[in-house]
Every structure is written in structure tokens, then in C-alpha cells.
Design a protein around this ligand. Structure first.
Ligand code: SAH
Length: 398
């Protein structure tokens, strides 16, 4: 029998959770002293002891757990998980039905009703991401439910809790068929090679699907494209397939080069006609400026924080400077696709960074498109703070 603990919420937290807020914050408790164990069920009450919600205890970033239901009688068993997964699948039926897309997010944590649990679909294989020991303690129930509802070809998993929330290096295979990697998935008709058993990342960030499509369909034709922080080069693939005359992909990680070559190859693109640079983007900016290089389209997709030998970079602090450096190597009437997944600031703030950089360099601009998470990355209704992705297509008007 799973242990259960009763926790009393402060009035403001009780109200927020009643209204649909899904996270139990560290400072939400009236008496923070007595804490339960990872995976314990939580009976959350208000200051008068009345039931508010049932959750589970699991430490993750700024939270100590997530709400699972606001109905006191609901049991948290494999039927509960099956119900949530069934609903998530039904809401994505058009993605399941789409012939030209075989990779997407099937279950997005709190947006689908279970914080700490994320499940991605890759050509009938599923990758389950566990964000706390607490949610991982429901492993048996969740896998039972997933097998019953989704009939997976095979299941892989990523443990993202450990000591510092870092990915735990392991064999990620769980059950079913073992995949042969690279596995080739489709996204709006583009091919991407993924490996579900090679560390924390699979080779593609699924949340940028609509951005890649927009780049390919509307902005790449006849253009030179610089893809910074390029990882496996997914934006470069989209650019070439959209008619870009040349792409340059820049990433510090040595393995980005073979991975990018692989992505070009599975799309039938001659990688030798494309430029792939393994180097620090900040060094590349100086190199390009020195050589008078200019690009029609520049994709900027830095990690929220990056530390190299020489410096540390944080998007919350350094994005305006990054844009200013980018402007020096962007053509007149060119375009910058500026992206960030830093959850600590919102779209309004991000646009203020953009405005600062352009105003301080006397550059006129027009925002052509804005993107946040695509619909399969469901976020809780009324809580935009869970919508971490922000992408702005900025046209230079000088
Ligand atoms: N734009 C990519 C995802 C970027 S992930 C895509 O759409 O798939 C962030 C990448 O930034 C990682 O591959 C990491 O190796 C790279 N990176 C981090 N700091 C860097 C730096 N200073 N210079 C170049 N690449 C960097």
C-alpha cells in the first residue's frame, strides 16, 4: 500500500490549486517542517483541514510535488494513468494520423495532468522521461497503462532526477522491440535520424516543429542561412529543403559534425555543399565579422545557460548582446530567428531584449512571426508560465 501524507496549504496556495494550478511549490505549506517521502500520495488540505486535491510528493526544481486530481475519491492506480494517457492520445489523433509526421510529444507533464512525466512518440516507439524519484515510483502503473492504451512497438526511458536533476547515464531500453538506431522519423515530410538510447537527448528537439516548418516554407528560398548552436543541424535541414543556397551550422560539440552530416544524408542532401563548423559561436561571430561574412537568415537557439572555458552565457542576461553580435553579420533586409527556452522570463520580456538590441544599434525591425510551444506540448490552461518556448522571427527593415 502506498504511503499517504496530509499537508496543509497556505490560503493563497490552496486557492491557486483549487483554481487549477498544478504545482505544489516549496513555500506552499503551512507547516513546512514535516515532509513526506518521494512517491508518497499527498492529501492537500486548506487551513480549515478541508480537502483540496490529491497529489504526489516528488522534488523537482522549485516544486515538491504535483497535483493529480481534485476529486477526493479518485484512486491513483494504473486505471488513473490509463485514463490520462488515453485522453492525451485522443487530443493528438491528428498527429497520429498524419502521414508526414511520426515524431511528437504524446504526454506533456502538467499540461496533460501529471507533472513530472513526459512521453514522446517516435515512429511507434515511446520515450518516457521521469523528472523525480516520486513519479518514478509509479513506473509499474504507468508502463501497464501505456502498454494497454498505446500498444507501443518498444519503450525507452530517461531518468532525469538523480542528485542535480541531471540525466542518469544508463541503458534506456525498457520493453518491447529494441529499436535499430538511427531510427528515421518524419516531421512535415522532413527526415530526422534519432537515437533513443544514446544519452539524454535523441537528436531532435520536438518543440521546434512549427519553427522548422515556417523556416522551410516561407523564409529559406534563395537565402544563405547561419544556424548557431546547431546541435544536429535540424534548422539547417529545414533551410536546405526550403531552397536555401547555403547553410552554415555552428556548434561547439564535436559530435555535432557527424550528427549533422547524418541528418543531411538521410534527407538526400549533399553535406559537402554545406558548411559545418565545430566551434564556439562567440568565436564564430568574430571570425565572420573579420571576414566580412553576412547571412540572409540567422537562427539563434542558445541553451539557457552555457559555460565555456572563456565565459559563461545566460540568455536572461546576455540575449541583447547576442542579438547585437548577430546583427553585425546579418544582411540588410535579412532576418533573425531568435529562440529561447529559458522559463525564467516570458515573451514580453524576451521582446524587450529584442527591442533593446535593435534600438541601441539604430536598426529598424518588424516582427513577422511569434511561436511558443506547439499544441502537442500542452500547457495547463491559464498558466502561461509553463509555456517556456519563445521564438520570434525578426525582419531587419534597414
Ligand atoms: N538549435 C538546436 C538545439 C540547440 S541545443 C536544434 O534545433 O536542434 C544547444 C546547443 O548549443 C548544444 O548542441 C550545445 O553543444 C551548443 N552550445 C552551447 N554553448 C555553445 C557555444 N558557446 N558555442 C557553440 N555551441 C554551443
Amino acid at each position: 500500500m502506498r504511503q499517504s501524507a496530509e499537508l496543509q496549504l497556505k490560503p493563497a496556495s490552496a486557492k491557486a490549486i483549487k483554481n487549477g494550478y498544478p504545482l505544489v511549490l516549496k513555500d506552499a505549506l503551512e507547516k513546512p517542517g514535516v515532509l513526506p517521502k518521494e512517491g508518497n500520495l499527498l492529501r492537500l488540505t486548506d487551513s480549515t483541514g478541508n480537502y483540496v486535491a490529491t497529489g504526489y510528493y516528488g522534488l523537482q526544481n522549485k516544486g515538491i510535488g504535483w497535483v493529480l486530481t481534485r476529486s477526493e475519491k479518485e484512486e491513483i492506480d494504473s486505471r488513473f494513468f490509463a485514463g490520462k494517457i488515453r485522453k492525451a492520445i485522443a487530443e493528438r489523433h491528428h498527429l497520429y494520423a498524419a502521414e508526414d509526421t511520426t515524431a511528437f510529444r504524446m504526454f506533456n507533464g502538467e499540461g496533460d495532468g501529471i507533472g513530472g512525466l513526459i512521453i514522446d512518440f517516435y515512429a511507434d516507439f515511446y520515450v518516457v522521461n521521469w523528472y523525480s524519484e516520486g513519479i518514478y515510483s509509479f513506473r509499474k502503473e504507468v508502463y501497464e497503462a501505456l502498454k494497454e492504451v498505446a500498444a507501443p512497438r518498444g519503450i525507452y526511458e530517461k531518468l532525469r532526477f538523480d542528485t542535480n536533476g541531471q540525466y542518469v547515464e544508463q541503458d534506456d531500453y525498457v520493453s518491447g522491440e529494441r529499436g535499430e538506431f538511427p531510427l528515421i522519423v518524419q516531421e512535415n515530410g522532413m527526415s530526422f535520424a534519432v537515437d533513443l538510447n544514446d544519452g539524454a537527448m535523441t537528436g531532435i528537439f520536438l518543440d521546434q516543429r512549427e519553427v522548422r516548418k515556417a523556416l522551410r516554407d516561407k523564409y529559406a528560398d534563395g537565402k544563405t542561412v547561419l544556424n548557431t548552436f546547431s546541435y544536429t543541424g535540424a534548422f539547417s535541414i529545414a533551410a536546405v529543403l526550403g531552397g536555401a543556397t547555403e547553410t552554415t551550422s555552428v556548434d561547439l560539440a564535436k559530435r555535432s559534425r557527424p550528427k549533422t552530416i547524418e541528418q543531411f544524408a538521410v534527407n538526400g542532401i549533399d553535406f559537402e555543399a554545406q558548411d559545418i563548423k565545430v566551434m564556439d559561436v562567440f568565436d564564430y561571430f568574430s571570425y565572420a565579422a573579420r571576414h566580412g561574412l553576412k547571412f540572409d537568415v540567422v537562427v539563434l537557439d542558445p541553451p539557457s545557460f552555457a559555460r565555456t572555458k572563456k565565459k559563461t552565457f545566460s540568455t536572461a542576461k546576455d540575449y541583447p548582446k547576442l542579438l547585437k553580435d548577430t546583427l553585425k553579420i546579418t544582411s540588410d533586409r535579412g532576418m533573425i530567428i531568435a529562440s529561447t527556452n529559458n522559463a525564467s522570463f516570458n515573451m514580453k520580456k524576451f521582446k524587450s531584449f529584442i527591442d533593446k538590441a535593435f534600438t541601441e544599434t539604430n536598426t529598424r525591425y518588424k516582427i513577422l512571426e511569434e511561436h511558443q510551444l506547439p499544441e502537442d506540448f500542452k500547457v495547463p490552461h491559464n498558466y502561461p508560465e509553463f509555456n517556456y518556448l519563445k521564438v520570434v522571427f525578426i525582419k531587419i527593415m534597414n
